[in-house]
Write a protein that binds this ligand. Structure first.
Ligand code: UDP
Ligand code: MG
Length: 312
């Protein structure tokens, strides 16, 4: 039984690269089919994420000339992560590989990914060898971001974006994660199973423009933290506690001035002490409420509490 491979490619306003991407992928799949690495019914699925250019028309044309090329059209722009998920959870195949439409992910490592899967890996991560094709700013912020995530206890694979192979097994389990604020890079390591990494050089974008301007990068980074960690809420509690303590000291100091010197300005103590104290108390309460909120938040996500890998 040969592996049926599906490629999933989220595409948003990618008319500039799509024909090139499609023809390179078709060549690759034909080669893999000829080498008996994948079955002849392997397919390429472009997920059109509500593009406003001719992306969908292009997909239709490509499908008309190559049966191998398929399309999934989303009702509107749902964002990269959701477009990816839509593909992952709907396409058939024993093995699904997700990659970007812009040819940044070197498609020549796909055979290596398939080999790792044959060796038993249910998930194979494509990991970048270097960040040479990134701006200094992006490389620096990415490195810092991975440190922050680790500090917050979020387990992700450094220098891995969304170029990965997943087996049907892993995909079924992924379907049990119901989070709305999706950050696949954080969710997938939670699946467990045997995993592997393949290394590749990330190219600059083949054509077109990045769909991740700074504000979207920040939004994704924020999702990555708040979807996986309640550490920031704990910070609020600590801050509140600290301010309350400082307020008590200030209060004591103000009382001393009032009772033991004649430097006190009338009314000052009675205003300043409650202001500090209440401020601290409010912070503290917010932190505690935040603690409960964090619980409700993780409950409403309905994540599976465990995943059974084998039964006898
Ligand atoms: N993408 C998408 N929906 C969006 C934004 C991006 O499907 O709302 C796709 C895009 O077409 C590309 C991939 O996500 O295939 C990664 O985007 P991009 O290459 O612009 O990001 P970068 O590589 O610059 O981080
Ligand atoms: Mg890109």
């Amino acid at each position: 039984m040969m592996t049926e491979l599906s490629l999933v490619i989220p595409s948003y306003n990618e008319e500039a690269v799509l024909p090139e991407t499609a023809s390179r992928l078709v060549l690759l799949l034909k080669r893999l089919i000829a080498d008996h690495m994948i079955s002849a019914d392997s397919r390429i699925y472009f997920v059109d994420d509500g593009s406003r250019d001719r992306t969908w028309e292009l997909i239709e044309t490509l499908h008309a000339s190559h049966d191998m090329i398929r399309g999934i059209k989303l009702s509107r722009n749902h964002g990269h992560q959701n477009a990816l998920l839509a593909g992952l959870l709907t396409v058939p195949g024993d093995v699904v590989i997700s990659l970007d439409a812009d040819l940044q992910d070197d498609i020549e490592v796909i055979p290596a990914m398939l080999a790792e899967h044959r060796n038993g890996a249910e998930i194979v991560y494509g990991v970048r060898k270097s960040r040479a094709s990134d701006s200094l700013f992006k490389a620096y912020t990415a490195r810092k971001y991975y440190q922050v995530l680790r500090y917050f206890g979020v387990e992700i694979v450094p220098d891995h974006a969304d170029y990965r192979l997943m087996s049907r097994r892993a995909l079924i389990e992924l379907g049990n994660f119901h989070e709305v604020n999706l950050f696949l890079r954080g969710v997938i390591p939670l699946l467990g199973f045997k995993t592997a990494k393949t290394y590749y050089e990330r190219h600059p974008r083949f054509a077109g423009q990045t769909k991740y301007p700074l504000h979207r990068m920040i939004a994704l980074a924020f999702d990555g933290i708040t979807s996986f960690s309640s550490v920031p809420l704990k910070w609020i509690t600590w801050l509140g506690g600290l301010i309350s303590f400082a307020a008590m000291l200030t209060g004591a100091w103000a009382l001393i001035i009032k009772l033991f010197t004649d430097a006190a300005i009338p009314g000052w103590t009675s205003i300043v002490v409650p202001v500090y104290f209440l401020g601290g108390l409010q912070m503290l309460s917010l932190g505690i409420i935040g603690g409960y909120l964090a619980k409700i938040y993780s409950e409403t996500k309905h994540r599976p509490r465990f995943i059974i890998e084998k039964t006898l």
